[in-house]
Design a binder for this molecule. Sequence first.
Ligand SMILES: Cc1cc2nc3c(=O)[nH]c(=O)nc-3n(C[C@H](O)[C@H](O)[C@H](O)COP(=O)(O)OP(=O)(O)OC[C@H]3O[C@@H](n4cnc5c(N)ncnc54)[C@H](O)[C@@H]3O)c2cc1C
Length: 466
Amino acid sequence: MNRKSETITLIGAGLVGSLLAVLLAKRGFKVEIFERRADMREENISAGRSINLALANRGIYPLEQAGLMDQVRPILTTMKGRMIHELDGSQNFQSYGQKPEEVIYSVSRGELNKICMNAAEETGLVTIHFNQKCDSVDFDEHTIQLINQQTNEITRQSFARIIGTDGSASAVRTAIHNVESEEHNVIPLGHSYKELRIPSGPEETFKIDANSLHIWPRGGYMLIALPNEDGSFTVTLFMPTDGETSFEKIDTEDRVEQFFTQHFKDTLSLLPDLKKDYFDNPTGRLATVKCSPWNYQDKAFIIGDAAHAIVPFHGQGMNCAFEDALELVEVIDHQEASKDLNWEKVFSTVHVNRKNNSDAIADMAIENYVIMRDSVRDEKFILRNALAFELEKRFPKYFCPRYSMVMFHRLPYSKAKQRGEIQEEILHQLILNATSVEDVDFNLANKLIQEKLIQIELNPSRKCQL
Ligand SMILES: Cc1cc2nc3c(=O)[nH]c(=O)nc-3n(C[C@H](O)[C@H](O)[C@H](O)COP(=O)(O)OP(=O)(O)OC[C@H]3O[C@@H](n4cnc5c(N)ncnc54)[C@H](O)[C@@H]3O)c2cc1C
């Protein structure tokens, strides 16, 4: 097949759409992207909510494969662990890993998106049409209906093959599931989020530790902060949407002040625009999307949040979506190598390979909300983590903490989840009567590990030198 004759239409030039465009163009495909928003490189528009994101190894690897890490590396800020802020203002640091390269990175969503869009256009094979919202898809006619967001003009555009990279409220997903649907669940978390900002200190200095993901865990709700390159922090308040302590109830300036004074007192001096940010910034709802199928015949496919939006508490939505994009082009490469590029087979193979994994990270992300807002303060949790590190040191071929499997390795999420459950049982049994790692019976640990775990096949953990 002459790839130059094949044009692929993408809906959405967000993180996944623009990275996928680079990966497809590098393989010779022409790509047309229709994006609802204006061009963020020309107009000062927000790249959407969640101004910065945690980037981990799973997301770095596809960026490397697309040849983009040299441009991305300079805009990363290292986060080595969680800084827990207690009610009394004291702070304690919990390391994410125990090797120097076991860190994650904070990255600006907008800057990362711009790098991917520029790289896509520089291939000469990608055209991005801005202000074009896909309204509906007609699979029989092979056309999409677009609404120009500036003029309201409605046009039709024909396509050969369409991929929905249009995020959690995907129009392409709706179109696919209007004709064929086995599973289509949008599961609200019942909690929402609001972004606030800690500005930088003089000369772009950081007012709190620069290399941590900060958490103020308060049980039913929490505040987190991720560093930005310019010394500021993007702060996110996660809280129930309604109920006793909720966004619905905290609805006046006095209530905001009272709430923060009572629960996050040490942030008051850090958040000079608290009330303004609280009332100016939107309240975002959180939900998990689980659906099947991800394709309609050989005509349409969805990846990223369009196929499996997850709650943000493992910092993996984008990382998982980047893995999808790489998986898609690798399946194309594989089929082409056997001279049998059948698009329906490509789409269904990617769906089969990724569905278990996206379901697994969706579940682990929900579990991690409870860990972040509550368990991180719990002595048993801290002991379990310390023991997990010790077991990793003593039994490196068998034991790897679940957080590390998810964040520092590329082991499939479903395997990380499965092993994590077995490891959790082992940890639970070993600390039943222990108050410190020294109390643990390591002969029993050895026996349990040999009985319950097979050797782990981790992709080598990689280093990202800043
Ligand atoms: C508060 C919060 C924090 C997060 N933190 C992290 C994190 O730390 N780490 C991480 O890995 N992930 C994180 N995520 C998840 C991450 O944001 C998503 O997984 C990621 O953005 C998915 O990329 P995407 O390209 O699939 O979708 P999106 O980034 O949503 O992009 C979709 C694009 O499609 C466009 N579009 C939508 N509809 C249409 C249409 N009908 N027609 C044309 N264009 C359309 C949009 O304008 C947008 O440009 C977080 C999410 C939230 C909400």
